[in-house]
Design a protein around this ligand. Sequence first.
Ligand code: IPM
Ligand code: MG
Length: 372
Amino acid sequence: MKQHHILITPGDGIGPEVMTEVKKIISFLNTEHLTNITITERPIGGAAYDIHGVPVTDETIDIARKADCVLLGAVGGPQWDGVEYSLRPEAGLLKIRKDLDLFANLRPAIVFDALIQASTLKPDIVQGLDILIVRELTGGVYFGQPRGIFDLPNGERQGINTQVYTTSEIRRVGRVAFELARKRQGHVTSCEKANVMESGKLWREEMTKLQMEYPDVRLSHMYADNCAMQLLKNPRQFDVIVTDNLFGDILSDEASMLTGSLGMLPSASLGACDQNGHQNALYEPVHGSAPDIAGQGKANPLAAILSFAMALRFSLDLPAIADHIEASTRTILDNGIRTGDIMAAGCRMVSTSEMGDTLITELKRTQKKAVE
Ligand code: IPM
Ligand code: MG
């Protein structure tokens, strides 16, 4: 069986707890000879800062590059609020994204039937919802130069960030969106602010040109503010949404809430394939480090586990095991197993580790069927 090597960076807050459950799933799969995965573990974010004085070390970046993929928990926490920007936990995440050139961030927002009541939107608006947000992740205003806080001659201070995109940056993320739409409903909605921003005008022009190479995919353009509104009004009009780094950050948080819980949503950040067919990739739950509940066994590990399922599909080429994990997740939710964030009347509340154990029990129960 093909051997795979994964770097696990648990990070801060609830990161280590949810990644413990992912490691349990991996050792179950290894024991059953369904996978042959070796793991290296390194700190990232505040955890790395406390040990090494930086939120990610060069050694970790080097391991990440060579690994089949990286599984990340979450970064950040109030104890590092006073640390300067370049050394903050978030800077570690931004650095690993940038150094590995992980330009395409895939954030699915799927409503599980069993969780429909957890959404703050009416069930008939969100039932069956299946949106994929493709967020550009290594460009735009989070990385553009110049940036900084500068003293002006008049004694004022000025904060500057620069929104900048080149044609190649737009086109490569656009391609990812069009390719994925082909395997889904065949509809891409491209979001920008072409009405007020040149970078948005360029974005729109390049997406329009690119669509000519994908005549089977329908392309709609939408201003990002309208998209924020349409996501609440009629979210099922969307299939794939492709957008820049900042709008994608915001719209993906909004889309995640349609589903009822941030604790359920996985993400993949992908780079380009090199000549040897190797593709850098990082998988992480969309939720943050949730310092308020860290260490209490309350966190929902399913987003991290579903992120691992995405890794099995996109990086390890083991889609059947990914399907099996996703189907088993659906079953245990149908059976009323819930962590606090998705708790509902008549369901059974479980801890982080009980959720992982329940999933493994279900994987075992259905394993024969899945393999046949
Ligand atoms: C996300 C987060 C990050 C981002 C932070 C933690 C740097 O909000 O992944 O959406 O802004 O990209
Ligand atoms: Mg965000």
